[in-house]
Design a binder for this molecule. Structure first.
Ligand SMILES: [Zn+2]
Length: 64
């Protein structure tokens, strides 16, 4: 079996990885195809992702 990454939200402790997306639904998601990946907040001036956002709590935190 493929190993499932583990990461939790620093705000609410929510699982940020979630379930694996079934093959037939994957066109709606980006690789690596888990249902709850944290959201990258992109800074156009710096041209990089500076913060992450929790998909549940909607709070953000700085990228390390
Ligand atoms: Zn959260």
């Amino acid at each position: 079996m493929e190993e499932r990454p583990i990461e939790y939200c620093p705000h609410c402790g929510e699982d940020l990885i979630g379930e694996k997306i079934p093959f037939n639904l994957r066109e709606h998601y980006s690789p690596p195809y888990f249902s709850r990946l944290k959201i990258g907040i992109y800074n156009r001036e710096l041209d990089r992702i500076t913060h992450w956002q929790c998909p549940i709590y909607e709070g953000t935190w700085e990228r390390k």
